[in-house]
Design a protein around this ligand. Structure first.
Ligand code: HEC
Ligand code: HEC
Ligand code: HEC
Ligand code: HEC
Ligand code: HEC
Length: 445
């Protein structure tokens, strides 16, 4: 009897210690892949003294001006990144994407404690340049490998060596794909799932080579009229592995890269010279707008708010329909902090809330004691979502209006409190208030 009690106590104590450790240990949200485990070597480009964006900008003025306005430019200075980085213990690995060149990092990695790549042994980096670090994801992070400037063209007469990418999207994959295949991790898609989301969309709608916009009808009142019905998940053909010879670390064939279309949506096309007085060429604006830009998100959404047709007398129902018609990945995409809320309210004459319903469109992950993906209610491309609120016109006080507000959140309120983050974390994407005429919207007819 005493032995059994002792065994039970030992097991319970072990389980408690194990769970306690799982609650406290540092979280490894993603696994460190070969692609980004090291900084990018800042190999000098012959004839250019420095890899500073400002120097590129002396010739490529338009690209520089645009890049200066972007989140890539602020990937280090961004206050959200800074707050999060501090809270995460200033991990070196974060810098491999936020300040990716060797010369942008204050420390270099000598080795790893116990082979753990989350725990490097660091020494001061004599090549570190503070002004370069401020530039975050600069021109060289995307364009320079082995001292050569890669770009979309071939055979240009440039004052620096140039080479051509297999495909433009090659420049995005290094940082915008992270995975986690640890046995004790239960994500349903990679922690930053943008590419997986796009692949699923293409399979689902059999998009093949077409962009998502090709499915939408610009002339019909219902832009979704021409969208094919759900055809079921098809098996993807096995990806052929391409030889990675240019230093981009991408093992995807050019055709698969082209299908991602990141550049097509995030870098609007433009005809202009690459340098003042140069030949006009088909280029792309260096803008990369996303969740930080309300207009970019608004333009990707189709929203309507109206009375449902099925109301019975005295009871009415209002529905908000929300569709992602502009992004091939989910909305929002990227880090799982991002989410949308839909708030529907019934108001009285004084503007007081009589009834309200809030829906959250999010990717919810339980981080501790284990990483388990609980649900994912984000918007999928071309899949209309309907949110409703019912009301009775016979209650007192009488309802006089219904209101819908859709909001984009960069992070949740509790995360904000944890980070002591001072700046605004959400903005309004859509707001509409429908007056109920005489306490009943359809009462006049
Ligand atoms: C002294 C001026 C000058 C500087 C400095 C300069 N470039 Fe260029 N670059 C050019 C010219 C000229 C061309 C060719 C333009 C043409 O033929 O239309 C060119 C071409 C390019 C191309 C197109 C390559 C291709 O094959 O698609 C890219 C990309 C590029 N430069 C990026 C950069 C980056 C990044 C930097 C900084 C690391 C930089 N350039 C610095 C003048 C410059
Ligand atoms: C060297 C790493 C790196 C590369 C390469 C890279 N990105 Fe990024 N990207 C980032 C980081 C880091 C952020 C987030 C910065 C932040 O918010 O602090 C980001 C943010 C973004 C955003 C979000 C904008 C927003 O408003 O939230 C978009 C869109 C984007 N990148 C598109 C691209 C595209 C398209 C490419 C390829 C042409 C690309 N990126 C290549 C690192 C990279
Ligand atoms: C996030 C990755 C990324 C960054 C950062 C970046 N570029 Fe580019 N750049 C691209 C891609 C992708 C293209 C190809 C667009 C296309 O298909 O024409 C490109 C094209 C170019 C071209 C060729 C013509 C054109 O304008 O499309 C030049 C020149 C150029 N970039 C210069 C720069 C300079 C200068 C900077 C820094 C101020 C910079 N780039 C920063 C990804 C990047
Ligand atoms: C069909 C157009 C389309 C394609 C293709 C596309 N995007 Fe987007 N992307 C958008 C739109 C629209 C938004 C703004 C809505 C949102 O935030 O989801 C966006 C937002 C983003 C954001 C911002 C998320 C955040 O956290 O703020 C990132 C990062 C991003 N895209 C990366 C990519 C990458 C990487 C690719 C290619 C693998 C890609 N996108 C392909 C249209 C597109
Ligand atoms: C593999 C490249 C990569 C690594 C490593 C990485 N990031 Fe990022 N980070 C990105 C990209 C790309 C984005 C923007 C797209 C998105 O939202 O997923 C981003 C976005 C962010 C954002 C949101 C910023 C904003 O303004 O919205 C924060 C915060 C952030 N990263 C913090 C970190 C921290 C802390 C680490 C280290 C634990 C880290 N990142 C490691 C690539 C990376």
């Amino acid at each position: 009897m005493r032995v059994r009690t002792a065994v039970i106590w030992t097991l319970a104590a072990t389980a408690a210690i194990f769970l306690g450790w799982r609650m406290l240990r540092p979280l490894e949200i993603f696994s460190i892949s070969k692609r980004f485990e090291n900084p990018l070597p800042a190999t000098p480009v012959p004839s250019l003294g420095t890899l500073s964006a400002r120097h590129c900008g002396t010739c490529h003025r338009a690209n520089y001006r645009e890049w200066s306005t972007t989140i890539h430019r602020r990937a280090w200075t961004d206050s959200y990144f800074q707050a999060d980085w501090r809270a995460e213990g200033r991990k070196q690995i974060c810098l491999e994407c936020h300040t990716p060149l060797t010369t942008q990092q204050r420390y270099r990695v000598l080795g790893y404690h116990g082979g753990n790549r989350w725990d490097p042994a660091l020494a001061p980096n004599p090549a570190f340049k503070q002004t370069l670090r401020q530039q975050g994801v600069n021109c060289a992070a995307c364009h320079v490998r082995h001292g050569v400037i890669y770009g979309p063209f071939a055979n240009l007469n440039a004052p620096h060596p140039v080479a051509r990418w297999n495909n433009d999207n090659e420049a995005c994959v290094r940082c915008h794909v992270v995975n986690n295949r640890h046995r004790d991790v239960f994500y349903r898609m990679p922690p930053c799932g943008t590419v997986t989301e796009i692949t699923r969309t293409r399979r689902r709608f059999q998009l093949e080579g077409l962009p998502i916009h090709a499915l939408l009808s610009a002339t019909s009142p219902d832009p979704l009229a021409g969208v094919p019905r759900y055809v079921g998940e098809r098996q993807a053909p096995p990806a052929r592995r391409a030889v990675d010879d240019d230093g981009y670390g991408v093992a995807l064939p050019a055709r698969a890269l082209a299908a991602l279309k990141c550049v097509e949506c995030h870098m609007p096309s433009v005809n202009r010279p690459l340098v003042p007085g140069g030949k006009v060429r088909p280029g792309r604006r260096h803008l990369w707008r996303g969740g930080h830009d309300p207009r970019m998100v608004r333009d990707a959404l189709n929203v309507s708010f109206a009375e449902a047709l099925t109301s019975t007398s005295g009871r009415e129902r209002y529905i908000l329909t929300l569709t992602d018609t502009g992004a091939e990945h989910y909305i929002p995409t990227g880090v799982p902090d991002r989410h949308l809320t839909v708030k529907l309210r019934v108001l009285d004459a004084g503007g007081h809330t009589l009834k309200s319903r809030t829906f959250t469109l999010e990717r919810r992950v339980l981080w501790r004691p284990f990483i388990v993906e609980l649900h994912d209610t984000r918007l999928r491309p071309l899949e209309p979502r309907i949110y409703g609120i019912g009301l009775s016109t016979r209650t007192h006080p009488r309802p006089t209006a219904v209101e819908a507000v859709v909001r984009y959140w960069l992070m949740g309120k509790s995360h904000r409190a944890h980070l002591h983050y001072p700046a605004p974390i959400s903005y309004v994407l859509f707001r509409s208030r429908i007056p109920l005429v005489g306490g009943n919207a359809s009462g006049a007819s």
